[in-house]
Design a protein around this ligand. Structure first.
Ligand SMILES: C[S@@+](CC[C@H](N)C(=O)[O-])C[C@H]1O[C@@H](n2cnc3c(N)ncnc32)[C@H](O)[C@@H]1O
Length: 238
């Protein structure tokens, strides 16, 4: 990892490619077809990330207008849709939409929703593509936009963006994703590859967000340095 105000870079890996995720969800989908109790991997479950995010949402109701039981949520890089299914089961009343660039993920998440009669919508979308149909049609549509592990995967991509290929995938992320979030709404990013400081630099870079609150995780200490294995930050759209 190298990082300063302008560049925060992870080494590219196959986890940063669409092919990796297509293959991954094809396998998970076929496991599910054999056994409908097997709904696949839940990222960061060892850190209880999903419960922490949900507890954060419920315990902060009505502190800001966009955080209420009827808020409209979009989950970026939803994978198997597990986070949204759990939010629904906890009694969420607002619309829930999951997007992922992997068609295999969307097919898998839709099949889980159908099999369990869960009212969650899923759409294929590349969240780094300004011209993506979902992004264009949902400008400032969502009160809350969630990301668990998706920016981490994006940070491992070596794709280039911008007219002259001058932007990295993580540079694109805040510029495209901001379009989905209502003014005053929240983008809540959960990461294991970026520290709180790096995450803040990445998201605040273009001046469209400010840090609203952070979710607390257990802190460990190693060699005199304190840190958490993962972090979640709620950024408010300005
Ligand atoms: C580590 S997985 C996390 C999945 C899910 N959020 C979870 O917590 O289980 C990363 C996800 O990001 C998706 N993804 C990566 N780049 C994307 C992009 N440009 N647009 C949409 N989804 C993307 C992948 O397909 C994959 O589902």
């Amino acid at each position: 990892m190298s990082g300063d105000e302008t560049t925060i870079k992870l080494n590219p890996s196959k986890l940063g490619t669409k092919k990796y995720w297509d293959d991954f969800y094809e396998v998970e989908h076929s496991n599910f077809e054999e056994n409908q109790d097997d709904t696949g991997e839940c990222w960061f479950s060892d850190a209880d990330a999903e419960d922490k995010i949900i507890e954060f949402l419920f315990s902060n109701f009505n502190q800001i207008e966009s955080l209420n039981p009827e808020a409209k949520i979009c989950d970026l890089g939803t994978g198997n849709g597990h986070l949204l299914f759990t939010i629904l089961e906890e009694g969420w009343k607002g619309e829930l939409v999951g997007v992922d660039y992997s068609e295999a993920s969307i097919k898998f998440a839709k099949d889980i929703a159908d099999a369990n009669d869960l009212d969650v919508m899923f759409e294929q979308s590349d969240i780094l593509d300004f011209k993506d149909e979902f992004l264009v049609k949902n400008t400032e549509e969502f009160d809350l936009v969630l990301d668990k592990g998706t920016l981490d995967a994006i940070g491992l991509s070596d794709s280039k963006y911008g007219d002259n290929g001058e932007l990295s995938a993580v540079d694109m992320y805040p510029q495209t994703v901001k379009n989905l979030v209502k003014k005053g709404g929240l983008l809540i990013v959960t990461s294991c590859n970026f520290t709180e400081e790096e995450l803040s630099i990445l998201i605040l870079k273009y001046g469209d967000f400010k840090v609203w609150k952070k979710i607390d995780y257990p802190v460990f200490e190693f060699g005199g340095v304190k840190g958490s294995a993962i972090c979640s930050i709620a950024f408010m759209r300005l």
